[in-house]
Design a protein around this ligand. Structure first.
Ligand code: IMP
Ligand code: MG
Length: 172
């Protein structure tokens, strides 16, 4: 599929500044705690790695991997688990780290999965939030930017596995 050139939507410097703010909030909220940041692969890897370097409290990191989009832009409505968690969730303070909450399907799946394992607390950090189109019946705790219903790439987000390396957020 041929696409136009990606147009810049959020500059790297703005992302960096916003991530610092989110990290400060997390540093305050988790004083005396050792949360586990759980990144959702692949999209969250850049956000998580930048976020974590602004985190001053002790913390742990784990990842899991889901798939629902394949190489299409519209969700297939099905979420598959491609890589499971390694950490013990029970009794721990969990912070899920996502690149974007779009339909909300993935986050609903993740939330159900984690809550079943009885964490001591559960929060969600997402760099981007398509509030207008998301259907969820729970709150998002740390949101980088609310964006309109446009398909974005860069800073970890892909289209058909490309553009993850762009250092800002771009509209295709
Ligand atoms: P949801 O289940 O529809 O909320 O979408 C979740 C996943 O789809 C995200 O974690 C992304 O990996 C991917 N996704 C959703 N919207 C976009 C987008 O605009 N650009 C790139 N990936 C997206
Ligand atoms: Mg993702």
């Amino acid at each position: 599929m041929e696409k136009g050139k990606p147009q810049i939507y959020i500059k790297h410097s703005d992302i960096k500044r916003r991530i610092k703010e989110l990290a400060n909030q997390i540093n305050n909220d988790y004083k005396e705690k050792i949360p586990i940041f759980i990144g959702v692969l692949n999209g969250s890897f850049i956000f998580l790695s930048d976020l974590i370097r602004e985190i001053k409290i002790n913390c742990e990191i784990d990842f899991f991997k889901l798939s629902s989009y394949g190489d299409r832009k519209i969700s297939t409505g099905q979420v598959k688990m491609l890589k499971e968690l390694n950490c013990e969730v029970k009794g721990r303070d969990i912070i899920i780290v996502e690149d974007i909450v779009d339909s909300g399907l993935s986050m609903t799946f993740i939330r159900d999965l984690i809550l079943k394992q009885k964490p001591s607390s559960f929060k969600i950090a997402t760099l981007l939030y398509k509030k207008e189109v998301t259907k969820i019946n729970f709150g998002l705790d740390y949101v980088g930017f609310e964006i309109p219903n446009k398909f974005v790439v860069g800073y970890g987000l892909d289209f058909a596995q490309k553009y993850r390396n762009l250092n800002g957020i771009y509209v295709l």
